[in-house]
Design a protein around this ligand. Sequence first.
Ligand code: GDP
Ligand code: IMO
Ligand code: MG
Length: 429
Amino acid sequence: MMNKGEQIISIIGCQWGDEGKGKLVDYLAKQVNIVARAGGGSNAGHTVLVDGKKHVFHLLPSGILHESVTCLIGNGVVIHIPALITELEYLSRVGICYKNRIVISDRAHILFGFHQEIDKINETSDGVVQIGTTKRGIGPCYSSKIERIGIRIGDLLHFESDFEPKFRTLARTCCQRYKSLKIDEDAELEAYRHYAEVLKDFIIDGIEYLHRHINQGRRLLIEGANATMLDIDLGTYPFVTSSNPSIGGCCYGLGIPLNIPNKIIGIAKAYTTRTGFGPFPTELPDDDPIKEYLTTIGQEYGTTTGRKRRCGWLDLVQLRYAAMVNGFNCLALTKLDILSHLQEVKVAIAYFHNGEKLKSFPSTTKLLNELEVQYATFPGWNEPINGLTYEQLPKKLLDFLTYIERQLSIPIKYIGTGPSRDDILICDA
Ligand code: GDP
Ligand code: IMO
Ligand code: MG
């Protein structure tokens, strides 16, 4: 259970995404009043499995399944409005009432269809580094924002005076840069006039809203999207997303100050996965049967794109770095059930380059690609753990957890023993 003092809790992905954030958010949401997304867009894919029914959220916070929760899409998020409407339609279809339960910050940026087109062009052009993006337009939309030619959700409320001229300027700027891009400005404006009508009751001043509710003692759960190693500043640049999915991004993406008391939960898989390109020190070779095992048994296929995720061992050098930059108070370790049938389990404990031990997770692609990784090997626990209580967990698994806690000097508070909503154990030991 959540302690009384824990008014704000953040859940931050420690690795390269898909650690199980959606599931943990859904699990903790019943104890809070507001669940907020602070960054990213529909590149995120967050899964919640309830009574055999799989819900996947891309823009909507995963707290939406709890009737008492209000969901805030914060100012740091980039919103593709048709994708958002698709998610709202999904809620209606499955009978989840969202009336007065979704609010959208007027400062959030609009991600247009042409941002997605540009993402696709960039990913297929010669001479441009290919990131393996989700092609959801994330990089181009954040580029418009940083260039100060982006358009905010709040501009929809002042359609003729603000939205229309800004839209025409943005569209023309993009067409000048990308010759193959075609934008029918009038048709787009017509569509956005309709979206403005659909969304007008959702749009609020997200910062005023959040501070008012925090001051009234309401509890907030911040749902990290993407993950630390995909952070534009802290991750494996340039093979990253275009936002700050680490804890700092949560502050900026919601307008809350750094000194506000905040319990920060780092969430990691018990092994590592990555979609898209870029360095991955503990990735298993393609012909290693354990890679195939993790992909198949772990069902490691992207939630957003369906791409096969690259798989490898847990990496304590990488996790120590994530813990250092985020200041985790505790960890959630997911998918331990997936390791249940392995004879032995490995974790990376050190990186070497030219025989020298590195002090921290390195910054350059070159170094990351040339590393030698040192592993510690643990005997597998070799029994299914789904459905067990914490006290029933095999000793070998508990030893494995203790080792990780000691190496990182952070307690593991939650462990995942299966994909369903309740397949979480709280470690109070
Ligand atoms: P997110 O992006 O961090 O929310 O994670 P995703 O939803 O993209 O991917 C995590 C996948 O692992 C989903 O299919 C979840 O249902 C599943 N999952 C989460 N926790 C566990 C766990 O402890 N065990 C198993 N077997 N699956 C899990
Ligand atoms: P969740 O929230 C996994 C990865 C993409 C690509 C890189 C850049 O579900 O954990 P982008 O489309 O953001 O420009 O792609 O970042 N990526 C993710 N990988 N889970 C995510 O989100 C991701 N969000 C972005 O695969 O390598
Ligand atoms: Mg995901």
